[in-house]
Ligand binder design. Structure first.
Ligand code: PMP
Length: 427
């Protein structure tokens, strides 16, 4: 039985002062209790109950280099000796902007922000100002941050599919009145929405891989079709690469799928665990901001500590062969999950890439959209996850795994028997 006495005591104490006892709503669902950590090193978390946990959560994506990475530490410590933040310009923001323009296909200008939610917000404003149109298309099952206009139709109940449905209390309908939620991987539905709203759609935003709902992959030609439909109808296409950016390839989904939407949003893995986001695209799309017709702001935008973190992370990620090794690790894990499940009479499908993927019990084939993912057997995944925790492997809920540079063959040797034993334990 996994020991959580000290975590539980700390959580009980936290609940007396910290709302929910955790710092973001997603973490309150943690089972058996939200775990409290002492420290972390590489791909390992050390919790307050004395466990060394092999971490496949990577802090929900950012920790692509793991913790305590020497290059990243060195860059941050050097920067701390120079300045925390200036509220003025500095070399780091130019160096990072130049690096991004060099790495990201089809990107010749960038804007900095602090979090994915904020960067998405700025991107929608930019698209609306650029096109003079108000309506935005998003997709069911896709998460683009927690702000009122975008927190719709994320994990809709079956009866809510087909309409734009709010996801929280305190979210006035007026805030998402111009947002149309459509099923993903369905070009006909997108074409129909353009025809039903002539000259009204400012932009279409999509996760290029729907990691937030089961790591669904786009059908062949789907993303290209989406970009083409946007151009045909005078709307801008946006890849929300908050997860896929610097994760599926150094150049993100643009490089992985060889596609160039009008705009992309990056965060998470870009700065290796520090809070940094960027929007990238062609110069002409940013004209409304350059000309002062749309506002972009933020006290901490492009601050020296986070830009130093992003530069050091991207440099470390530029090591030849690194992405191949990370994908190989992930695909090896997926293979073991599928084989071990089969050997124990459990039906399982995996989806996504090697560096982020999802495991779905009860599905015959990789899901194509949220409507498929909602049929997966979450209860069995939760039992599998608990069995893995018993073996000191830490996983996220909802079947999602993140793989990073710190997951080496040594970690593979640890995770393989843990998967085999866990499948046996839950069968
Ligand atoms: N877009 C996507 C695709 C995300 O996965 C997330 C966060 N999980 C966000 C936007 C919001 O980012 P943040 O939590 O940094 O605001």
């Amino acid at each position: 039985m996994f020991k959580t006495d000290n975590s539980k005591a700390l959580h009980d104490r936290a609940c007396h002062s910290l709302v929910m006892g955790v710092s973001t709503g997603f973490r309150r669902k943690a089972t058996p209790v939200p775990l409290y950590m002492e420290r972390a090193d590489g791909p390992y978390h050390y919790d307050v109950d004395g466990h060394q946990l092999l971490d496949y959560t990577l802090a929900w994506g950012p920790l692509i280099l793991g913790n305590n990475h020497p290059g990243l530490n060195e860059a941050i410590i050097a920067q701390l000796g120079q300045a925390y933040t200036y509220g003025a310009q500095h070399h780091g923001e130019i160096e990072l902007a130049e690096l991004l323009v060099e790495i990201l296909p089809g990107v010749d200008r960038v804007l900095f922000s602090n979090t994915g939610s904020e960067a998405v917000h700025t991107t929608l404003r930019l698209c609306r100002a650029h096109t003079g149109r108000d309506k935005v298309i998003k997709f069911e099952g896709h998460y683009h941050g927690w702000l009122n206009n975008m927190l719709v139709s994320v994990h809709s109940a079956p009866e809510e599919l087909g309409k734009t449905s709010p996801s929280t209390g305190g979210q006035p309908a007026s805030e998402y009145a111009d947002v149309i939620a459509l099923p993903w991987n369905d070009l006909a539905a997108l074409e129909r929405a353009f025809e039903e709203n002539p000259d009204q759609i400012a932009c279409v935003i999509t996760e290029p891989i729907n990691v937030n709902s089961g790591s669904c992959m786009p059908d062949d030609g789907y993303l290209k079709g989406l970009i083409d439909l946007c151009s045909k109808h005078g709307a801008l296409s946006i890849f929300d690469e908050v997860i896929t950016g610097f994760r599926v390839a150094l150049g993100g989904a643009r490089e992985y799928f060889k596609l160039e939407p009008d705009l992309s949003v990056f965060a998470k893995a870009m700065a290796g665990g520090f809070s940094m986001a960027a929007i990238g695209g062609r110069k002409e799309v940013f004209d409304v901001i350059i000309e002062g017709k749309a506002m972009h702001a933020g006290t901490y935008n492009g601050n020296p500590v986070c830009t130093a973190a992003a530069i050091a992370t991207i440099k470390a990620l530029s090591k030849p062969g690194l992405y191949d090794a990370m994908h190989r690790h992930g695909f090896a894990v997926r293979g073991v999950v599928e084989k071990a499940a089969g050997e124990n009479g459990l039906k399982v499908a995996t989806s996504g890439t090697g560096t982020c993927f999802s495991v779905h019990f009860g599905l015959d084939a990789p899901p194509r959209s949220w409507a498929d993912v909602m049929n997966a057997d979450e209860e069995t995944y939760n039992r599998f996850r608990a069995a893995m925790l018993d073996r000191e492997v830490q996983l996220l809920p909802e079947g999602r795994w993140y793989v990073g540079a710190a997951h080496t063959d040594k970690e593979l040797e640890k995770v393989v028997p843990a998967i085999q034993e866990s499948m046996k334990a839950i069968a």
